[in-house]
Design a binder for this molecule. Structure first.
Ligand SMILES: [Mg+2]
Ligand SMILES: [Zn+2]
Length: 203
């Protein structure tokens, strides 16, 4: 049996593994299905399928999904008044792939996921603002790396990094998980991530 795994959507521990492929429905499986000990995922697999089901809120989630950390200024915004090119499509891509493991990593958050939306929501359309509501908050001070969970694979999109942050990434051997955004060099950079999304280095 797997240890208790918490649902990233509703925090319930009433979750179970997802079984894929053609399964023979015997008494044992029927009993496990009825008791919520296993959930059937069907026969079509993409290779990045969720491996866990929540019996409370009925979502499927992937326990292997990386955490995605998003900066705002210089990453999602080209300047104070303008979203970066393709920012909307980029957010859509990120939140479709990683709806439960995407976090704000910005000075405009500090533990409250509403603050970034208040800060930049008016620059985006209503659909994108709805998507942004899935992004979770972080709390940190001095160094953004203090908010990063180094026990999990992650990607951090930012236009800037301080000395301490770089040292911390180097110590963990995950400097490549910082995806540097440089919109002055490539205003369409976010669009390139949509066609070729980076993969995290595993520790
Ligand atoms: Mg920035
Ligand atoms: Zn749930």
């Amino acid at each position: 049996m797997m240890s208790k795994i918490t649902c990233p959507n509703c925090s319930s521990q009433n979750t179970c593994q997802i079984l894929y492929g053609l399964v023979g429905l015997d008494d044992k499986l029927n009993e496990d299905l009825g008791a919520g000990r296993v959930h059937l995922g069907g026969c079509v697999m993409s290779g990045e399928d969720p491996d866990r089901h929540c019996n409370e809120c009925e979502i499927d989630f992937d326990t292997k999904a990386p955490n995605i950390y998003l900066d705002i200024d210089g990453a999602l915004l080209a300047n104070d008044l303008t979203p970066a090119n393709h920012a909307k499509e980029f957010l859509k891509k990120v939140l479709e792939e990683y709806p439960y493991t995407t976090y704000w990593l910005t000075t405009h958050c500090q533990g409250d996921a509403n603050v970034p939306i208040q800060h930049i929501g008016h620059l985006f359309d209503a659909e994108t603002v709805e998507l942004m509501k899935k992004i979770k908050p972080t709390t940190w001070d001095m160094a953004k790396t203090r908010a990063i969970d180094f026990s999990k694979p992650f990607l951090w999109f930012d236009d800037d990094m301080f000395y301490e942050e770089k040292q911390t990434l180097l110590e963990h051997g995950v400097l490549d998980n910082l995806i540097m955004v440089d919109l002055s060099k490539d205003p369409d950079q976010l669009g390139r991530f949509i066609t070729s999304f980076p993969l995290p280095v595993n520790t």
